[in-house]
Design a protein around this ligand. Structure first.
Ligand SMILES: NC(=O)c1ccc[n+]([C@@H]2O[C@H](COP(=O)([O-])OP(=O)(O)OC[C@H]3O[C@@H](n4cnc5c(N)ncnc54)[C@H](O)[C@@H]3O)[C@@H](O)[C@H]2O)c1
Ligand SMILES: *[C@@H]1O[C@H](CO)[C@@H](O)[C@H](O)[C@H]1NC(C)=O
Ligand SMILES: *[C@@H]1O[C@H](CO)[C@@H](O)[C@H](O)[C@H]1NC(C)=O
Length: 348
């Protein structure tokens, strides 16, 4: 006796057992439903609302909250929210390792605000030391995780994180991000305001660094296409670059942007998780190790994928106005990058 398998049946067998199909679908279930995300500095002005937004997302199954104070309370509070993510609070250096074990994404908004008598250098050194300590713990306990740094100065904390990971031999430049999303969020909002558009549908790439003149919104590449007379374009660019000051002034001594930053940090994290889950065409700008300009670290649009940066999309075509801004920012940015690298080189 003999029988032949019908063609459609064999074809469907091949489809079902094609390795790529199985891999895609296993990832779909295992990653999408098991993303463990840590927030380091979770009790702070940014940390708390950021943790709330992450707890609210179906992309997160475990939320690990670390700080040097108050995390048990923040975690207990968030844990009553009727979403799937389990929330655990870790407090103090002894618990940092446990907070990081098994994490796929680590978001870092830790810092110490200026205290009376602190010099500019003191201010730099405190956050730099905190970020170096936290990066060191990531290198030991979750070397494969995506690390998203919010702590300022981002222009130096990304070089610091990279150098610390290098010291441990676990540096992967595709997995270390300086979160500049707030600059993009502000640019989208301000352009939408001026043009009467829905801000959710506006997208302005922002390149360069993450402070003052180094923040370079590419209005010429906005979607949908928008045009402004020269004076308005220059005022809009200035407003995006100094938007942080608007918030600091309005808060009158009670801190800087926290709620909009939490939104921006969550937006970046969700994009990354989507891309890690296999979603295609996810693009975000971030400050990363870069070969796109003469600056060693630079923010440009990045195509994200399962392993972090899949492709750096580069600066692309710039207007004459934007080319000038890029050129003017270069030397200043290089200085702050060197400052971050020197900081790690001089650590014992
Ligand atoms: N990337 C951006 O666009 C952007 C925007 C706004 C603010 N920031 C930066 O984000 C950081 C946090 O700002 P914030 O307003 O939430 O400050 P915050 O002072 O309210 O919170 C910082 C938190 O970090 C915690 N912390 C201090 N030392 C720590 C350590 N060693 N380990 C873990 N946690 C530690 C503090 O206890 C506090 O809860 C700052 O560096 C700020 O400059 C970045
Ligand atoms: C360090 O972090 C604090 C918030 O904790 C922030 O207010 C301060 O501006 C940061 N320092 C620098 C140098 O950016
Ligand atoms: C780096 O960032 C800090 C604050 O975030 C800023 O004061 C400094 O001017 C920046 N340097 C450069 C070169 O952008």
């Amino acid at each position: 006796t003999s029988f032949a398998l019908s063609k459609p049946f064999t074809e469907s067998l091949i489809t079902w057992f094609k390795p790529s199909y199985i891999v895609t679908h296993c990832n779909f279930f295992s990653l999408q439903h098991n993303a463990k995300v840590a927030v380091l500095g979770a009790s702070g002005g940014i940390g708390q609302p950021l943790s709330l937004l992450l707890k609210n997302s179906p992309l997160v199954s475990e939320l690990s909250l670390y700080d040097i104070a108050h995390t048990p309370g923040v975690a207990a509070d968030l844990s009553h929210i009727e979403t799937r993510a389990t929330v655990t609070g870790y407090v103090g250096a002894d618990q940092l390792g446990d907070a990081l074990k098994g994490c796929e994404v680590v978001v870092i908004p830790a810092g110490v605000p200026r205290k009376p008598g602190m010099t500019r250098d003191d201010l730099f050194n405190t956050n730099a030391t905190i970020v170096a300590t936290l990066a060191d713990a990531c290198a030991r306990h979750c070397p494969q995780a995506m690390i998203c740094i919010i702590s300022n100065p981002v222009n130096s904390t990304i070089p610091i994180t990279s150098e610390v990971m290098k010291k441990h031999g676990v540096y992967n430049p595709n997995r270390v991000f300086g979160v500049t999303t707030l600059d993009i969020v502000r640019a989208n909002t301000f352009v939408a305001e001026l043009k009467g558009l829905d801000p959710a549908r506006v997208n302005v790439p922002v390149v360069g660094g993450h402070a003052g003149k180094t923040i370079i919104p590419l209005i010429s590449r906005c979607t949908p296409k928008v045009e402004f007379p020269a004076d308005q374009l220059s005022a809009l660019t200035g407003r995006i670059q100094e938007a942080g000051t608007e918030v600091v002034k309005a808060k009158a001594g009670a801190g800087s942007a926290t709620l909009s930053m939490a939104y921006a940090g969550a937006r970046f994290t969700f994009s990354l998780l989507d891309a890690m889950n296999g979603k295609e065409g996810v693009v975000e700008c971030a400050f990363v190790r870069s070969e796109e300009t003469e600056c060693k670290y630079y923010s440009t649009p990045l195509l994200l994928g399962k392993n972090g940066i899949e492709k750096n999309l580069g600066l692309g075509k710039l207007s004459v106005f934007e080319e000038k801004l890029v050129a003017e920012a270069m030397d200043e940015l290089k200085g702050s990058i060197k400052k971050g690298e020197d900081f790690v080189a001089n650590m014992k």
